[in-house]
Design a protein around this ligand. Sequence first.
Ligand SMILES: Cc1cc2nc3c(=O)[nH]c(=O)nc-3n(C[C@H](O)[C@H](O)[C@H](O)COP(=O)(O)O)c2cc1C
Length: 301
Amino acid sequence: MVGVATTERFVKDCAMVMQALTSGPMTNGEISVSTGLSPQRIGTLTVSMADRGQIRSLRCVLNKKRILVNLWSLPEAKGDEREDAHRNSETDLRAIRREYSNVALRSVNLSENPVSQFECWFNDAIRAECRDVTAAALATASAEGQPSVRYVLIKHFSDRGYCWYTDSNSQKGVELAINPQAALCFYWPETERQVRISGRVERVEEDLSERYFKERPMACRISALASEQSQPIACRAELENRVLALSARFQDGDVPRKESWGGYRLVPNYFEFWQGRQDRLHDRFMYRKNGEVWTSQRLMP
Ligand SMILES: Cc1cc2nc3c(=O)[nH]c(=O)nc-3n(C[C@H](O)[C@H](O)[C@H](O)COP(=O)(O)O)c2cc1C
């Protein structure tokens, strides 16, 4: 589906049109969808049949905005048959689509140091009030090369690297002990930017882990102690009982940090900065470290 979707609400409306089309008659006219109790008129619809049975495109006016919707191979079957076909098929997310329109990223505006460039974008993301601005997807790989990815919260960064805290007995901890090569990926939707960072991971100094652990709220310190991260547990009650027992034991608030809980630092040798642009003609620049020197290069989108 190709649309001039500018707002999230608009994209949702387009998705509703798709839904209405796949379960109702495909005719020209007004289009209503049920959102809750009462049917709601969401726009005027003009269907153009380019190919009988296979509607290729339709013109649609929604909330006074024009869009062109391309539909690929809607099922030909009618009524129940079509609904069954729809239910059994994969969930089609092609209708969810938006344009990226942010400012250009040019080599002349790039900092020579990727960490400074990161800091600049990070501050922009804070100004844009991105939620979970410190969250990054962390990719590790098992000894067999099977990748796994999960989010972590980056707690500090500098030229030395990007740090997060976790349990070294967790899946990521075990994988990093075998293969310290890893990657982080930040995505800030509000600024339409992605930053990829990869390199080698090391444990942060014990005193740093200790200091950060002590800064955490009491309940979080108890939780870290109670949870053997990534290990199976029979039920939530068992976990909550552990928390109760530990809370009673450490009423004074002096919760000890277990040896396995601590910080990791990814020391980067590669960065990539991605800026969303119109028509998928995005800007990308990568930085690679050769010795102590960073070199950058534009990449095709
Ligand atoms: C936004 C977000 C931030 C997270 N931050 C952390 C974190 O800083 N440290 C951590 O151990 N887990 C964090 N988690 C949970 C991890 O994604 C993951 O579930 C957990 O660390 C176990 O991963 P593993 O079994 O692959 O080791 C976070 C999850 C989300 C959604």
